[in-house]
Design a protein around this ligand. Structure first.
Ligand code: GLN
Length: 603
C-alpha cells in the first residue's frame, strides 16, 4: 500500500467554529463515499478472537481485489503497548516503523500479508494527548473541549486519515474491549456519529458474540448474547451481521433466537466455532457467505474482482492443505517464563506453524518453564525435544535455567534458535563455558558484572533518560556471504528484521567470542551491533540466534527462513530427511525461492 507522509495527511484540517454544533475535522484529500467502513464490536466478553475474526473478514475482502486497511482502537490510556505486561495482555507486537502495539496487528499482518504502520493503531492515550495538545494550541477556538464532539471528532479524524493514506476500499475498525466498557464507549459513539455523517451503505456493523454451553446443561444458550447485543442497540448501533463464537457449530435454533431478539436476518447470523488453525477461518467465513453479505451491505459488489479471488483462494488453500496433511511430527521446546500464557508467544507459535506446513511437519510445542531448569535436570526436561527456542524476555527471572538449557543444546547438538534475549543468553553461555569468562553476564541482570558481554547499546546510553531507550522496529541486517543465515535467506546480503531491545553484544568481546568459534553472520550495516550469530555446521547441526524478533515477520505464505532452518534441523534430528530448504546443504530448490521471497518487501 502506498502510504502518504503524515504531514501530508494532517496538512489542512478544519476546526470547530462558533457557528455550528457539527465538528468533523477532515483530513486533506478525503473523498466522502470512496472508502467504506466495517466495524467489529465485541460483546459478552473479551478474548473471543475479535482480531482473528476481523482480520479473516478483511482477508476475504482483500482476496476480491479490494484494498483493505485495518485499525485497532484500544481503550486504554497507555500511548502504545510497549509497557504492557505480556502476561496480562499477550505479546507486544512491533511494526516496521517501530510502533509497539497489540498482538492483533500481528494477526492482521499475517492474514493480509501486508506491513502495517502506526496509522493502523490508536489508543485512548493517543487520542486524549492529541486533543489536549490541540487545546493548548488554541485550536478549538474558544469552545469548551468535550467528549462529544471533540474527542469523538479526533477518533473520526483518525479513521478518515487512514482512509486517505491507504486509499482503502474498506477500513476495518476493530474496537478493543467489550460493548459496555467505559473505556470504549466514546469510540462506539464516534462510530455512530460517523456512520450518520457518511450516509447509507457506507458502514457495516458486525457484532461478535459468544454462545455459552455450560457443561451442566449440555446445550448452547444465547441469553448472554441477547442481553449484550441490546447494549449495542442502546449505544445507537444496530448490527448488520452477528458472528457467534462458540466451541462447536452454533445450532440453528440458537441462531433463530438471536435473530428474533436482535432483528438481524437469519442469513446474516453466522457460527464461528473453534477450529484447528486460525488460517481456516477466512474460508469458514467465505463458506458461510459473509463476504457477499458485506459487499451487499456497503454496496461494493462492482469493485470486486472474481478472478483475483480465485487466485488468492487457491494460494491460501494450498497452505491449509499443507498444514492439514503434514506427514511428520516434531516437538519444539519453548523455554520461557510466561509459558502458562500462550498469547505471550503468539507470533512464535504462528511462525512454527508456517515453517512446519512448508516442510510437511506438524510442530508440537512443549512449554518449559525456565525458572525450574538447572544443570541437574535439564537433560531430563529437554529429553525428546527435536529443537529448542529461547524467546525474548526481560529481567533476571529464569535466566540461569535458560543458560543451563543453552549449554545442554549446544553440547548435545540439539537444534537451537535464540530470539533476542535468546541470543544474548547464548552469548553469555558461550563466553562462560567456551571462552572461559566465568563471570560473563549482562548488565541488565547484573549492573556491575565483571565481564559484561551483553551491555546497553552505546548509542542508547547517550539518550537514556529521554525516554527513547529501546531500539525498535525494522532495521537492515548485513549478512555474511556463505554463512548459514545467508543460505537460508536465499543468498541475500541484506535482510530486514524487526527489533525490540535495549542491550546488545558488547563490541569489546566480539573478537574473543569469534576466536573461540562463534560466528557473527549478521551485523548492523551502520553500527557495531551483532544481529545474527551461528555456530559452524561442523560443530553443531543448527545453532542460530538473532538479536531481532524474526517471529514478527513470519507469514503463512512467506515462512520466516530462520524458523524454516530450525524446523528442518529438528526434522533431521527426528530421523526424517526434510524437504530441501534453502539449504543448509547449499542446494537450490523451490523452497529456496520461498525463503528468498520471505526477505522481499511485503506487498
Ligand atoms: N532484555 C533484552 C534487552 O532489552 C532483550 C529484549 C527482548 O528479548 N526483546 O535487550
Amino acid at each position: 500500500m502506498s502510504l502518504k507522509k503524515p504531514e501530508d495527511v494532517f496538512a489542512s484540517l478544519t476546526y470547530a467554529t462558533d457557528d455550528t454544533e457539527f465538528f468533523t475535522p477532515m483530513p486533506a484529500g478525503y473523498v466522502k463515499g470512496k472508502t467504506k467502513y466495517l466495524v467489529v464490536f465485541g460483546t459478552v466478553m473479551s478474548g473471543l478472537g475479535k482480531g482473528i475474526f476481523s482480520s479473516s473478514l478483511a482477508k476475504i475482502m482483500q482476496d476480491k481485489g479490494l484494498r483493505v486497511a485495518p485499525i485497532k482502537l484500544e481503550g486504554y490510556l497507555n500511548h502504545d503497548s510497549g509497557t504492557l505486561n505480556p502476561y496480562r495482555h499477550g505479546e507486544v507486537f512491533v511494526l516496521d516503523d517501530g510502533l509497539e502495539c497489540d498482538m492483533d496487528l500481528g494477526t492482521y499482518e499475517r492474514m493480509l500479508n501486508q506491513d502495517l504502520s502506526r496509522l493502523n493503531f490508536t489508543t485512548s492515550g493517543q487520542i486524549f494527548s492529541s486533543v489536549l495538545e490541540k487545546e493548548r494550541q488554541g485550536r478549538y477556538l474558544g469552545r469548551d473541549v468535550q467528549m462529544i464532539p471533540h474527542v469523538t471528532g479526533e477518533v473520526k479524524l483518525r479513521l478518515r486519515e487512514l482512509a486517505v493514506a491507504t486509499e482503502a476500499d474498506i477500513v476495518f475498525v476493530e474496537i478493543g474491549g467489550t460493548v459496555g466498557d467505559v473505556e470504549n464507549a466514546y469510540f462506539i459513539e464516534a462510530i455512530r456519529e460517523m456512520s450518520y455523517e457518511e450516509g447509507p451503505k457506507t458502514f457495516c456493523f458486525v457484532a461478535l458474540t459468544y454462545i455459552v454451553e455450560p457443561k451442566i446443561l449440555g446445550e448452547q444458550k444465547s441469553k448472554p448474547a441477547q442481553l449484550n447485543l441490546k447494549l449495542l442497540n442502546a449505544a445507537g448501533i444496530h448490527p448488520d451481521i452477528i458472528a457467534c463464537r462458540a466451541s462447536s457449530p452454533v445450532a440453528k435454533k440458537v441462531r433463530e433466537k438471536i435473530a428474533l431478539f436482535s432483528s438481524v436476518p437469519m442469513e446474516r447470523i453466522f457460527s464461528m466455532h473453534d477450529c484447528d488453525s486460525v488460517y481456516v477461518i477466512p474460508e469458514m467465513l467465505r463458506g458461510a457467505g459473509i463476504d457477499t453479505a458485506v459487499l451487499d451491505l456497503i454496496d461494493l459488489a462492482d469493485r470486486a474482482d472474481d478472478e483475483a479471488e480465485e487466485v488468492a483462494k487457491t494460494l491460501w488453500n494450498s497452505y491449509i492443505h499443507a498444514f492439514r496433511t503434514a506427514e511428520h511430527a516434531i516437538t519444539i521446546g519453548i523455554i520461557g517464563k510466561y509459558t502458562t500464557v500462550r498469547d505471550s508467544y503468539a507470533s512464535i507459535i504462528q511462525s512454527l506453524e508456517h515453517a512446519g506446513a512448508h516442510l510437511d511437519a506438524k510442530v508440537q510445542i512443549e512449554w518449559v518453564d525456565s525458572t525450574d531448569l538447572m544443570d541437574e535436570n535439564v537433560a531430563e526436561r529437554l529429553a525428546g525435544l527435536h529443537g529448542v527456542i529461547v524467546p525474548g524476555g526481560f529481567g533476571f527471572r529464569g535466566v540461569d535455567g535458560k543458560i543451563a538449557c543453552i549449554k545442554h543444546v549446544r553440547e548435545n547438538g540439539i537444534p537451537y534458535l535464540g530470539l533476542c534475549y535468546g541470543m544474548q543468553i547464548a552469548v553469555i553461555e558461550f563466553a562462560r563455558h567456551v571462552c572461559g569468562l566465568k563471570h560473563a553476564g549482562s548488565t541488565e541482570i547484573e549492573p556491575d558484572c565483571p565481564d559484561p558481554v551483553i551491555d546497553m547499546l552505546p548509542e542508547q546510553k547517550k539518550i537514556e533518560g529521554l525516554g527513547g531507550t529501546m531500539r525498535l522496529g525494522g532495521f537492515d541486517v548485513a549478512i555474511t556471504p556463505g554463512s548459514q543465515v545467508s543460505v537460508l535467506f536465499g543468498g541475500a546480503q541484506r535482510i530486514r528484521l524487526r527489533f525490540r531491545h535495549r542491550y546488545e553484544v558488547h563490541p569489546d568481546y566480539i573478537q574473543i567470542l569469534e576466536d573461540k568459534g562463534m560466528v557473527f553472520s549478521g551485523r548492523s550495516p551502520d553500527y557495531p551491533i551483532m544481529q545474527v550469530l551461528e555456530l559452524p555446521r561442523t560443530v553443531h547441526p543448527f545453532f542460530m540466534a538473532t538479536q531481532a524478533h524474526p517471529e514478527l515477520t513470519g507469514r503463512p505464505l512467506r515462512p520466516q527462513p530462520m524458523f524454516l532452518g530450525l524446523v528442518s534441523a529438528a526434522l533431521t534430528r527426528s530421523g526424517v530427511t526434510p524437504k530441501t530448504i534453502p539449504g543448509l546443504d547449499g542446494s537450490e530448490t523451490d523452497s529456496t525461492a520461498s525463503a528468498a521471497a520471505a526477505n522481499s518487501p511485503a506487498t
